[in-house]
Write a protein that binds this ligand. Structure first.
Ligand code: SAM
Length: 334
């Protein structure tokens, strides 16, 4: 089946499996300054990120995705806050007609400095990666001693009324006891979203994955047995299944990429910091959009994105250990 070009009435791009796409995850740099044990345990290797998309290229890209009906942009990386022109990038996304939601995923580096700036710039949602509430364990996992600073920045933002915050926690067997119960207790009086992400295998982390992987299904069962209720999924939502509870201000989301039918609700496309379109986090390769990011090539870009979507596979093959070209998530944003 052909995919439909956006029109004012019908602004959804559809693939051969009837999935509708409205959410772009744009990596703006490969560079990362944390050493997360499951992602870049030895830190970012090589030179600082080369050939990142320029502001003009990002403008063309965002305009074309908006023309195709995309409504939500997530800025990711690497660590997006390492880009000096991040505020301008947020501005480009915010000022693009058709884009309704601009989000960022961050490791919390200098959050006390950046978060107020992002809020002022109109960011619609901040996803903050916190794998443990214990500063010692946090440092063990990420190499960063910044957790107390991040918590303070987070609490300040909430006190000032900014609650569009989600916490990303990657489930790790070794740290499970200090993750699930303490973190769910923590959001009892915090009106924010907590999301447990099942560890995914990548090209680089096979041995770590084999040691630390825990199925997210166990957390779903845990929640249901304690009276948590599954919420309805919204059309532009990410991959999490969300739960709420009458005694908790915060919600809990589960991202379970190994679960059956996980890819049936995929609504996302990804573009790397160098302008490669990836149809899936675990694609074997990307389509280079850079030749079409000049000021006058937007019509061609729209055509290329539409044609590429026809190649999107029905699912990933992570269960068969097929991790595609993804050596780690900093390459194209998790
Ligand atoms: N640097 C930012 C951060 O740390 O949030 C954005 C990029 S990071 C790749 C995005 C998310 O992917 C983080 O929440 C991180 O914990 C998650 N992630 C990285 N590698 C992962 C893996 N192998 N399995 C599951 N989640 C992973």
């Amino acid at each position: 089946m052909d995919n439909a070009l956006a029109t004012p009435d019908n602004i959804i791009l559809t693939d051969a499996f009837q999935r509708q796409f409205s959410y772009l995850r744009l990596s703006i740099t490969d560079l990362c300054n944390f050493k997360c044990s499951y992602c870049l345990p030895n830190g970012y290797q090589g030179k600082a990120s080369q050939n990142e998309l320029s502001l003009d290229e990002i403008k063309t890209l965002i305009a074309s995705f908006a023309e195709l009906g995309f409504k939500k942009i997530r800025l990711t990386g690497g660590e997006p806050s390492l880009r000096k022109d991040l505020l301008e990038i947020i501005q480009i996304c915010k000022s693009q007609p058709g884009i309704e939601k601009v989000c960022i995923t961050t490791n919390g580096y200098r959050l006390d400095h950046f978060l107020p700036q992002w809020i002022k710039a109109g960011i619609d949602q901040v996803n903050l990666s916190i794998d443990s509430l214990s500063p010692e364990q946090f440092e063990l996992i990420t190499s960063s001693s910044d957790l107390p600073m991040m918590m303070e920045a987070l609490n300040n933002a909430i006190e000032n009324g900014f609650t569009a915050i989600k916490i990303n926690t990657v489930l790790l067997r070794e740290h499970l006891d200090s993750q699930v119960t303490p973190m769910i207790d923590w959001v009892k009086d915090k009106p924010i979203g907590l999301r447990f992400i099942e560890l995914m295998q990548t090209g680089d982390n096979t041995e770590f994955f084999n040691r630390q992987h825990v199925s997210a299904e166990t957390i779903k069962l845990w929640l249901v047995s304690r009276g948590w209720n599954k919420k309805d999924r919204l059309v532009h939502s990410g991959p999490a299944i969300e739960y709420d509870h009458s005694s908790h201000l915060g919600s809990v989301g589960i991202i379970a990429p190994y679960s059956k039918n996980f890819c049936d609700s995929c609504n996302r496309l990804r573009v790397t910091a160098q302008g490669q379109l990836h149809l899936c986090l675990f694609s074997d390769d990307g389509k280079d959009l850079r030749p079409f990011l000049g000021e006058d090539s937007s019509a061609q870009l729209v055509k290329i994105i539409r044609e590429s979507l026809n190649l999107k596979l029905p699912k990933h093959y992570l269960q068969q250990q097929q991790t595609g070209a993804t050596r780690n998530f900093s390459m194209l944003g998790g």
